[in-house]
Unconditional design. Structure first.
Length: 733
């Protein structure tokens, strides 16, 4: 962190905004003292600091201060000939500051938190998301809060409204930098810079847990940007691990009992219980809702609930003195839900960043974070211990993915429809990509993507190498479907037949559809409440309260990848030797992963291990690979190419089972492995692409471009380096 400016100097420099943003606090935080001076100078800054450390104020106050002091120098209307060249009517005004947040929920929360201080300094603040689409171009506010998707929509429909933009703030950048929405936002920033050519835009961002800060700052903020980091480990982590049954139903009941016990220990306790699936959220909340002691103070929060239901939960939980909210990662965000005393984790989070985000939501008034970790087996208890150890050292293990070619498809549509003449060409598309993506894709590559879009019926090629939208693209534009880089979930809206309120959405299996069509009773739980399906109309389920609980259906999302570096660090934590790939011969019914511990890792050593006797019928071969998500798929291909069948659904980031005794004595050298791994990727493009979350539009990407993206994203040599020349050691259980 750079030298800290004195609080007196900062207060004097923030003459317009100090009282509105900082008067209620006793003093400035270190991150604020470090970030405010360079932002006041107009520099682009990425601020990394723990949750609830005042990052939003550290960015907003100096950005608004600059605008208030220098707005008299605001850009004058463009000359008439320049307006005609752009093809857009310049109304002579527009928002000066854009605040981009990853989700609608976070946008709503930022709007609620910032409305009063912004109003106190005499400025206007507006919210523009898919849930709040009203936006008056003729009388725009000074500040707009929006999502990447809504920014894409505004830019393609009302580009002239951004001609007066001064600063852009990206909140919680860690939630978008590594996925397709981050690729999209980089391109939107590039397009805004082109629109405001000749006038630099200040771009700032904040995050609690962003790895590779220098690279991310360069990609989003520009090569001249600065990074300011306040270590995330300033608060100690006090974690307790409690074992729960391995049986899923029993685990849910015990988890609910633990939450109830913690909740009733104090009349003022508030806690968040994080689950890794929406089904678990629903099942646990339903159990607790049937308990009269806590039924009225337990809430559910996940992505399949409607906006209204999530907002109602957030507001009720915020106001409550004694309550529990069971949630998925949707509450990892910085949404203001009041002071939370304790965090409960039902199963290990997917990575270190997620752990830090989740535990950072609680115990904010204490010098430490307290978290109760519920593990259903010894192995998951070790995963908890390892993640906590990594979080204490601020070891995040980044797993970057190259710029997704699907973003070119989405941006081609958006740019085409931004153009008043409604066309796009390969050079126009290339010029409006982010700098990082222009280094990967040439104008010729952009032309190939446009040709593929033409073959699919989205575009039509006309003269001078231009492409214009077909009816299919116009339909996607009119419905707002083309602005998202999130794959559509095939879920059905659920509506309360009495109130008409949309409760959320569920995934309907074919058996449920058939039962509804024949009038058979179908029940489900949503927001923790049981419902009976009354009827289905216009692709919506109409339900009424009151039924026996049934397993609600949600479309399973691709889990986050477990990176190679995190997996290898975990291997060392579990005492897995690195001198061989160890495979144990075990009975088919034996679940070795369930009880695996560092002691089991010690037993793998060659001087302890015993070679297997003659293989008995029903034995399987348990592989301890610890290569992460992508590495597991590479290894599966290796074994199957050598005649060793991998048991269906047995592959995890750590283990897999073989049905046939391996006969390969050792892995080849590094170069040969790299060649073999590349062949596996080439032969299984779709399978590897799913692990990297390509987003929608992937079916429009020519296979050679998809392959190029995969090979740029997967460091095959890093995997080969781990396995090169290793013997394959077969041992007895």
């Amino acid at each position: 962190m750079p030298p800290l400016e004195s609080e007196a100097r900062i207060r004097a420099a923030l003459s317009c905004t100090w009282h509105a943003f900082f008067a209620r606090f006793p003093h400035l935080r270190d991150v604020q003292r470090a970030a405010i001076p360079p932002i006041l100078k107009g520099e682009s800054v990425l601020v990394q600091a723990p949750t609830a450390s005042g990052k939003t104020e550290a960015l907003m106050a100096p950005v608004l201060e600059r605008f208030l002091k220098y707005r008299k120098h605001a850009r004058k209307p463009l000359p008439a000939n320049a307006q005609a060249a752009k093809g857009h009517k310049d109304v002579g005004t527009g928002p000066a500051i854009l605040l981009v947040a990853p989700t609608k929920a976070l946008c709503n929360d930022l709007y609620r938190r910032l409305q009063q201080p912004v109003s106190n300094i005499g400025l206007e603040l507006a919210l523009r998301t898919g849930d709040n689409p009203n936006y008056k171009v003729a009388t725009p506010p000074h500040i707009v809060i929006t999502t990447p998707e809504s920014l894409d929509s505004l830019l393609s429909r009302k580009p002239a409204s951004f001609l007066y933009l001064e600063s852009i703030i990206i909140d919680e950048i860690h939630l978008i930098h590594a996925n397709g929405r981050g690729d999209q936002l980089q391109c939107l920033l590039a397009r805004l810079r082109i629109l405001n050519k000749g006038r630099p835009l200040q771009v700032c961002a904040s995050s609690a847990t962003v790895p590779e800060t220098e690279r991310i700052a360069s990609d989003f903020l520009g090569p001249e940007s600065k990074t300011i980091s306040c270590p995330a480990g300033t608060r100690d982590i006090r974690a307790t691990i409690e074992m729960i049954p391995g049986d899923p139903k029993a685990a849910l009941n015990v988890s609910a009992s633990i939450i109830k016990k913690l909740l009733l220990e104090s009349p003022t306790r508030k806690l968040i219980a994080f689950c890794n699936s929406r089904s678990n959220v629903e099942n646990i909340v339903h159990i607790l809702r049937n308990d009269p002691h806590v039924s009225s103070i337990v809430f559910a929060h996940h992505g399949s609930l409607s906006k209204e239901e999530r907002l109602r939960t957030e507001q009720q939980f915020l106001r409550a003195r004694n309550a529990a909210c069971v949630a998925t990662s949707t509450l990892e965000l910085g949404i203001d839900i009041g002071d939370v005393d304790m965090i409960v984790l039902l199963g290990p989070p997917p990575d270190v960043s997620s752990l830090i985000q989740r535990i950072g939501r609680g115990s904010r008034s204490l010098a430490y974070s307290q978290v109760s970790c519920l593990a259903d087996c010894a192995f998951n208890a070790q995963r908890f211990l390892h993640l906590v150890a990594c979080a204490r050292k601020d070891m995040l293990f980044p797993d970057p993915v190259a710029f997704r070619p699907t973003t070119l498809v989405q941006q081609a549509l958006s740019i085409c429809l931004q153009n008043p003449q409604c066309w796009v060409g390969k050079q126009a598309l290339h010029d409006r990509l982010s700098p990082a993506s222009r280094a990967i894709f040439s104008p010729a590559d952009c032309g190939a993507i446009l040709e593929q879009m033409t073959s699919s019926g989205l575009l039509r090629k006309v003269e001078h190498g231009r492409y214009v939208p077909e009816a299919k693209a116009q339909f996607l534009f009119s419905r707002g479907y083309m602005h998202s880089m999130i794959a559509d979930r095939s879920e059905t809206d659920v509506v309360d037949s009495v109130t008409g309120r949309t409760l959320g959405s569920v995934y309907l299996r074919q058996s449920s559809k058939d039962a509804i069509a024949t009038g058979a009773g179908v029940s489900l739980t949503l927001a923790g409440n049981a419902h009976t399906v009354s009827y289905m109309k216009d692709k919506k389920l109409f339900v009424k309260r009151g039924a026996e609980a049934a397993d609600v259906g949600f479309l399973a999302l691709e889990p986050p990848r477990y990176s190679l570096s995190l997996a290898r660090d975990f291997a060392a934590f579990m005492h897995i030797p690195s001198d061989a790939l160890y495979i144990r011969c075990i009975p088919a019914a034996y679940d070795l992963a369930h009880d695996f511990s560092p002691d089991q890792g010690d037993l793998l050593r060659k001087d302890i291990a015993t070679p297997p006797e003659d293989v008995k019928p029903g034995c399987e071969y348990f592989v301890h690979h610890f290569l992460g998500t992508v590495g597991g798929l590479l290894l599966q291909n290796f074994f199957e190419k050598h005649g060793n069948t991998v048991k269906k659904a047995s592959r995890t980031p750590f283990f897999m089972r073989l049905l046939v005794k391996p006969t390969t004595p050792a892995f080849p050298d590094e170069d040969k492995l790299v060649t073999q791994f590349e062949l596996y990727v080439r032969a299984n493009v779709q399978a590897f692409a799913r692990l990297l979350q390509p987003g929608p539009w992937f079916n429009l990407i020519p296979e050679d471009y998809a392959l190029r993206w995969l090979l740029a994203s997967i460091d095959l040599r890093a995997y080969a380096r781990v396995l090169a020349n290793l013997p394959i050691a077969l041992i007895q259980l």
